[in-house]
Design a protein around this ligand. Sequence first.
Ligand SMILES: Nc1ncnc2c1ncn2[C@@H]1O[C@H](COP(=O)(O)OP(=O)(O)O)[C@@H](O)[C@H]1O
Ligand SMILES: [Mg+2]
Length: 265
Amino acid sequence: MALAVEAEQLVKQFTGRTGTVDAVRGVDLRVAEGEVFGFLGPNGAGKSTTVRMLTTLTTITSGSARVAGVDVGADPDAARRGIGVALQEAGLDGRQTGRELLVLQARMFGISALDAAARAQELLELVDLVESADRRIKGYSGGMKRRLDLASALVHRPKVLFLDEPTTGLDPASRLVVWDELRRINAEGTTVFLTTQYLEEADQLCNRLAIIDGGVIVREGTPAELKSEVRQRRGLDHDPTLDEVFLDVTGRSRERVAGQVQEVR
Ligand SMILES: Nc1ncnc2c1ncn2[C@@H]1O[C@H](COP(=O)(O)OP(=O)(O)O)[C@@H](O)[C@H]1O
Ligand SMILES: [Mg+2]
């Protein structure tokens, strides 16, 4: 089975005047081509830092990662051609129209003017923004901006799409629209690597997921596997929700992290 994302013992330390932060402490990942993979964890768990390492946006302290078959540390330029990324803070220029933004993005990837116009139209259709395509972005709703950002990450037809909390801050209806886009994008063959704080979202969208806490992966599997593990271990008479799995898993790992902090003292 071909792997879209493969990471071994990824580590990220931030060193500043106040000392060293161990943001990611040895993460292994294997995501198959065609999967929607969920990367879950509480605030500060290390999700964004992991995504930034996998997408060449920050250096890797130690360990290695391959995305779409390319070693991101050894050949970041080649890796970037296979990667689309939409970060938590969408950096859109409000003065442009949605269409202008997509055309410009395509031109930056070396696509001809004619093909860029066609690609922009295709993507506007994919994310349902045709009617607003020629309006300035500053008038878009939060959900529309998020969908445009999604489209702009897809301009160069990446093999793997990374999304960092694509629905945080969206109202429930807009969230459902984004889910729909993601399913469509995945159905067209793109592997999706998604971070989220919403367990319902992971349950709905993801084939497999990993839960990260304190910079380490504390659980990994399909949503059904994770639920059945907690059900059996705790002797429940029903399947827990993914929320319950999350609390069970992160609650335990937090105790362990706290234990380590105490040891240091
Ligand atoms: N640029 C940075 N400098 C120092 N510490 C950072 C930096 N970016 C993130 N961190 C720290 O690394 C940890 C993981 O952060 P992050 O990856 O953003 O978590 P998440 O995305 O899961 O909320 C946190 O403790 C955060 O404060
Ligand atoms: Mg984050």
